[in-house]
Design a protein around this ligand. Sequence first.
Ligand SMILES: NC(=O)c1ccc[n+]([C@@H]2O[C@H](COP(=O)([O-])OP(=O)(O)OC[C@H]3O[C@@H](n4cnc5c(N)ncnc54)[C@H](O)[C@@H]3O)[C@@H](O)[C@H]2O)c1
Length: 367
Amino acid sequence: MTSFNTTSLLDLDYKPKLPKNKRIGIGIIGAGAIVQACHLPAYKMAGFNVVGVYDLDKKRAESAADEFGLKLVFESLEQLLKQPEIEVVDIAIPAKFQRDVVEQVAAAGKHILCQKPLAETFEEAKRIVDTVKKADVKAAVNQQMRWSPGISASRSIVRRGLLGEVTQASIQVNVLTEWEQWPWITKINRLEVMYHSIHYLDSIRSVLGVSPEYIYADGAKFPGQKSVGETRTMIHMKFPGETRGFIHDNHNNFAEQEDWYAQFRFEGTEGIIKGTNGALYNYPVGTEDTIQYMSKQIDPSHWFAPKLEGRWFPDAFMGPMGELLLAIEENREPVNSVADNLNTIRMVLASYLSMEENRPVYLDEFK
Ligand SMILES: NC(=O)c1ccc[n+]([C@@H]2O[C@H](COP(=O)([O-])OP(=O)(O)OC[C@H]3O[C@@H](n4cnc5c(N)ncnc54)[C@H](O)[C@@H]3O)[C@@H](O)[C@H]2O)c1
């Protein structure tokens, strides 16, 4: 057996990077379920400085401020934008309202963390990119699964070259999701990919460091389901060369949770990574992500199993905001910039066009 330095092979440097200056003031727009369950707990863990919150429903803003000790609840968006301490605005409202709010925030010269999906159409997404470019502010997207422990650790292994040439990436999920807990989501035509598998598309793109050339997708419903949109999807991705990606996501598994699974796997010419997304086990409490990997470069008979700390929800939410704050500190574009996110939106929209027209759809069809 080859001798190897186990310590460095188990230390995957997967935790979100945080800025040196955590005093940059953050204002939040929208105080709904995701802000209270994930944004604010994660920002508290990271030590970020959330100055205040605004929601059309003032009671929700007040309850978030009470629970997380925020000093200001704003009466209007204008009032939040006039607060000089706020340099970064975290938008957490439904996608259809996002562009209008981005335009106002950018005009006030504040940096922005947009919610995902960035937009439901390519035209809207591009307008957001143009708006922030003209305003010369930094803008990122809260596509946080890239920073979930299992996905971030996988990216680290791939970047170290331990998989050689990556040949395939797959994410397979089989769970029961009660979409009715978000009444608005049951009424939209484009559901699963736009609001859930978008995370898997973005994560695969992030780990591979490249976008697919084309996508072939199928979506289906479960007989009698209450939601209007698709709740089962299969997405095939053709990357340059011999690399392929696959997502199979079923949200209609009525068996006991012991039967649920949420797995990822990356394979290459030299190694394999396999792991689980703990957020979807023991749901809704969740558990830690797991990961195992082997590489022919070290020892093909040895699977490393580094223990991962933290979870997709809420820990990964430190990632997108941390990266935006770091980009401001280092005066560079964030890796999760709105411009970069156009490729994730292309993947989502290519999936839907493929379902509608029953054909492979090239990403460059969205210009
Ligand atoms: N990044 C993620 O992983 C993730 C996870 C879940 C939800 N989301 C997204 O976050 C957004 C919010 O989801 P949620 O579950 O919190 O919804 P929610 O309905 O619980 O909350 C939305 C809140 O936004 C407020 N709001 C709407 N328009 C507003 C406006 N113009 N100005 C101020 N406040 C406004 C509403 O009053 C409400 O309190 C959605 O776009 C959803 O897709 C993202």
